[in-house]
Write a protein that binds this ligand. Structure first.
Ligand code: DC
Length: 220
């Protein structure tokens, strides 16, 4: 099996790029952030606070996260319910960053992620894929972009979806998430030693996709 690990900070364009590259290569795209988001949604729905590690540990056993693929699209199932439509809000984003620092949450998803990579050629994105989930991935890419550029893109995306928002607030949220994801004790966001860095600040989507494909060809 061939695995491509993509890590990087919030809003760098990982999922947009990963989806396109996976399609071109005929790989399965695994968005691990969506799995953490599904767990965060469960806690939000049950009024459990992001800093209540005790309660989170207690209820973790009640949660089942799985993935399904329909028409090439990843669906994340929370106890059997497709929750794709509910996991992209800012509230869920922040909660996800809060709860993904707990080992009990991470352990739960780790086996599922590794299992997928054992069975399929995958292009998996997240924060700890190259460093922790798939340390033996044949290709590791650390995709990043400046905070300004990431905020600008997220703002545009939200406006296009008809959601009104404030770019300064988006920038602050991105910084807060970066800070939290990079400084947690368990599996923090970090560039793997053998990862190739791609800084997409001044690149178009097509250019980034082409760069990924070039890196893949060099290594296969
Ligand atoms: O990639 P994303 O924005 O959907 O991720 C949401 C949050 O989930 C992110 O702030 C940190 C967490 N996450 C993680 O800790 N490990 C991963 N492999 C993927 C996401």
């Amino acid at each position: 099996m061939y695995s491509i690990a993509i890590d990087g900070p919030a809003g760098a364009g990982k999922s947009t790029i990963a989806k396109k590259v996976a399609e071109k290569l005929g790989f399965i795209y695994v968005d691990t952030g969506a799995m953490y988001r599904a767990m965060a949604l469960y806690f939000l729905r049950h009024d459990i606070k992001g800093d209540d590690e005790k309660k989170i540990s207690e209820v973790c056993g009640e949660i089942q996260v799985s993935l399904a693929y329909k028409d090439g699209e990843q669906q994340v199932l929370l106890n059997g319910e497709n929750v794709n439509a509910f996991i992209r809000t800012e509230e869920v984003s922040m909660m996800t960053s809060d709860i993904s620092k707990y080992p009990v949450v991470r352990t739960k998803l780790l086996d599922l992620q590794r299992d997928l990579a054992k069975r399929e050629n995958v292009l998996m994105d997240g924060r700890d894929i190259g460093t922790c989930v798939l340390p033996d991935a044949q290709l590791k890419i650390y995709l990043t972009a400046s905070v300004e550029e990431r905020a600008r893109r997220r703002y545009k995306e939200q406006i296009e979806r008809g959601i009104s928002c404030d770019i300064e607030k988006i920038k602050q949220d991105i910084k807060a998430r970066d800070e939290q994801d990079m400084n947690r004790e368990t599996a923090p966001l970090k560039q793997a030693e053998d990862a190739v860095v791609v800084d997409a600040s001044d690149m178009t989507i097509e250019e980034v996709v082409a760069r990924f494909l070039e890196l893949y060809r060099e290594r296969s």
